[in-house]
Design a protein around this ligand. Structure first.
Ligand SMILES: [Zn+2]
Length: 234
């Protein structure tokens, strides 16, 4: 599959459209790899080998039911075009590390980094419990941050050019899943001594917009939105 299938946009999510709209099963058809979040931003989703793992603060990692609704998801069938062993790479150096293999500033990529990490810092939101409407800034501010050391696992994610910065998280966006499928979340920092870097160019991005009136009626302040995406997601 040469495309990324996406429901909603990071812009709509950050502007506060957190309701699940599409069922996970409607979006994921035949896809094995991706990321997103669960309804009401109750958890970070990592899709690996066709299973979606939901990371919520204070809860054991659980699998997401295929009939759950999701407010934002990016998913694809990942078939790496290139795989390379990389050494001494962290979140600040991976861009230059990849530049040796591909010119990717203006294209979309699915990317995985697999290895034993010296350190991975991930964050997970707290569940809303009652499903009440929540403010994205407050959810972001109160997330649980965990640091894992000497952990085997995989970074699963995408590279999105700045050009698409309101559609998807600009630059690298990784979620982590450890080998034992117990630790997961949105990656803030990582550091790995040696890892297998794999990536695949995705020339097509297929986006389905939410259809609910609540979305259609939203007033979105673009300047605030850009600030929010930079602050919360990068
Ligand atoms: Zn994320």
């Amino acid at each position: 599959m040469s495309k990324i299938i996406q429901f909603s946009t990071i812009g709509a999510l950050m502007a506060g459209y957190l309701q699940g709209d599409r069922l996970f099963s409607q979006v994921c058809c035949g896809c094995n790899f991706g990321l997103g979040c669960s309804a009401n931003l109750d958890g970070e989703l990592t899709i690996y080998d066709g299973t979606a793992y939901e990371a919520t603060a204070g809860h054991a990692l659980q699998t997401l039911d295929f009939e759950s609704k999701v407010p934002f998801i990016q998913i694809t069938n990942f078939q790496p075009e290139q795989s390379h062993i990389i050494k001494d790479v962290d979140h600040t150096t991976i861009y230059n590390s990849m530049k040796r293999f591909i010119q990717f500033d203006n294209i979309l990529l699915a990317v995985s980094v697999q290895g034993t990490f010296r350190k991975v810092i991930v964050r997970r939101p707290h569940s809303s419990y009652t499903g009440e409407d929540r403010d994205v800034s407050k959810i972001a501010a109160s997330q649980q941050v965990d640091t894992y050391c000497q952990v085997k696992g995989t970074l699963i994610g995408f590279w999105t050019p700045e050009l698409f910065g309101r559609i998807s998280v600009p630059r690298f966006h990784f979620h982590f899943l450890d080998e034992s499928k117990r630790k997961s979340g949105h990656v803030l920092e990582f550091d790995v001594e040696q890892a297998q870097l794999s990536f695949e160019e995705k020339p097509t991005l297929e986006i389905t917009n939410p259809k609910k009136d609540q979305f259609k009626q939203m007033k979105i302040d673009i300047n605030m939105l850009d600030e929010m995406i930079n602050r919360v997601e990068k």
